[in-house]
Design a protein around this ligand. Structure first.
Ligand SMILES: C[S@@+](CC[C@H](N)C(=O)[O-])C[C@H]1O[C@@H](n2cnc3c(N)ncnc32)[C@H](O)[C@@H]1O
Length: 448
């Protein structure tokens, strides 16, 4: 970030020029979309063209840099320290069903009065108005007439979409926010600062437990609010995560070239990634592996989503602990989607080693996960145009946030390309290629 006034002026001019040029790309894309409208399902809308994806991240990065250049730093810092108020206020309205109520009103009147919203949510009207007006400033709702509110694109994306709502709410649960509150205390504690185990993170400080988050939830009781919230939201929130990234994972890797391959979805949850692949690639076969509770939920999930796949044996649901010997030998693909980020490096090396032992010479491991892009860039990832930081600055912020959630809850980590190379080589594997996808999640391919 330039410091002298003349450098700042030059940077501001370049950013504005970049915004003008890039906006034209977006506008052309919108015009093309109007000619060929996409079906309005939550997944389709999340796959932009390559040009639109690139233009979006340039615009987000440029706008962020413009704000940092021109705003009084003390205001930015004050906003930062109170950001939690924004997410909690929004979560309150989502829990109360506001996006759905506003969406329902769309065809009738286009908006809902504060009085009706208060009556339907049970939130005191004056307090609700304060929340809604605050959230309007954050772009999350719109006050279209005096004290009459409507969804914006953002809150509208949650309307009628329980998986996206669960994904939104899971980051406001006590299991996530309490460890974040204990992060400074944990990292400044000389005894804990270098700890790498999932049993020595801020989570243990916050909940005065020796268990990992997973064991705490698995062994816990539904009468405990922390456990209950996670149990209720987690499976559905993973389907919400699927909406965010699965179309690009399906489109940006050549699954079609695998023919009649078997995909083993290791730690696959209910297998929501596989249902997406199954829709597009009729020759692929699937094994979804997870712990017993998740596989139990997977049975009803597949019955609802793709009942034929269970009947024909196209999908096998298997209880398997990924720290134990991998029972499916020589599969074409072992998929790990959003699994390794839950674990410290040494555990990742163990998980990858169990897979390496089962691989045939042409097997591959596909890690579908966020990849941290350092501010100065990485030789393995595309860099942003100047004067933006090589990692697209503000457009990378979400990945960093996720990394810190993983750190505080599990001593887990989102990883840079170099960190993936390191854990892969410690497990006796090599990194073949990074497939950059049009979503926050990309694919890192490992081979023997
Ligand atoms: C963040 S979720 C990702 C789920 C799935 N891959 C997806 O993307 O929807 C991590 C998964 O790892 C599973 N898991 C945790 N420990 C495991 C273990 N030891 N063996 C197998 N699965 C495990 C959890 O049950 C959970 O479903």
């Amino acid at each position: 970030m330039p410091t002298s006034k003349s450098n700042r002026a030059q940077t501001l001019r370049s950013l504005v020029q970049l915004l003008v040029n890039t906006s034209e790309v977006v506008i052309k894309e919108w015009e093309a979309e109007e000619q060929h409208p996409q079906p309005d399902d939550h997944l389709a809308s999340s796959l932009p063209s390559h040009q639109l994806f690139e233009a979006r991240r340039i615009i987000v990065a440029a706008c962020g840099m413009c704000v940092d250049l021109v705003e009084d730093p003390r205001i930015r810092l004050q906003e930062l320290s109170e950001t939690f108020a924004l997410s909690q206020a929004f979560d309150t309205t989502v829990r109360a069903g506001v996006p759905d109520i506003l969406a329902e009103a769309m065809p009738r009147s286009g908006s809902v009065s504060a009085a009706e919203l208060s009556q339907r949510t049970g939130i005191d009207e004056k307090k609700l108005v304060r929340l809604m007006r605050f959230l309007c400033s954050g772009g999350l709702y719109e006050e279209v007439k005096y004290l009459d509110f409507a969804n914006t694109r953002m809150s509208g994306a949650l309307a009628g979409n329980p998986p996206a709502q669960a994904f939104q709410l899971i980051y406001g649960t006590k299991a996530v926010i309490e460890p974040l509150a204990y992060l400074p205390e944990t990292l400044l504690d000389p005894k804990m600062t270098s700890a790498t185990s999932a049993t020595e993170s801020a989570f243990q400080k916050a909940f005065k437990t020796k268990q990992t988050l997973w064991d705490f939830v698995e062994g816990g009781d539904d009468s405990d609010e922390v456990v209950r919230e996670i149990r209720q939201l987690f499976p559905l929130s993973m389907a919400g995560q699927t909406q965010l990234s699965s179309r690009s994972i399906v489109a940006d890797f050549p699954w079609g070239s695998l023919g009649e391959a078997t995909i083993v979805d290791v730690g696959g949850g209910v297998g929501s990634m596989c249902t997406e692949l199954a829709k597009v690639f009729p020759n692929l076969q699937f094994v979804v592996q997870d712990l017993a509770a998740a596989i139990e939920q997977a049975k009803s999930y597949w019955k609802a989503e793709d009942p034929k796949a269970l009947g024909t044996g196209r999908v096998e649901l298997m209880v398997h602990d990924f720290f134990k010997e991998q029972p499916v030998k020589g599969a074409a693909v072992y998929l790990l989607r959003c699994v390794l980020h839950d674990w410290p490096d040494d555990d990742c090396v163990k998980i990858l080693t169990r897979l390496r032992e089962a691989m045939a010479p042409d097997s591959r491991i596909l890690i579908a996960e966020m990849i941290i892009h350092p501010p100065l860039g990485s030789t393995q990832l595309k860099s942003a145009p100047a004067p933006l930081p090589a990692n697209y600055g503000r457009a990378s912020l979400m990945k960093g946030m996720h990394d810190i959630v993983m750190l505080s809850s599990l001593n887990g980590s989102e990883r840079t390309p170099e960190q993936f190379v390191d854990i892969a080589s410690r497990a006796g594997l090599r990194t073949e290629k990074i497939w950059e996808c049009r979503s926050p999640v990309s694919i890192t391919e490992l081979r023997l």
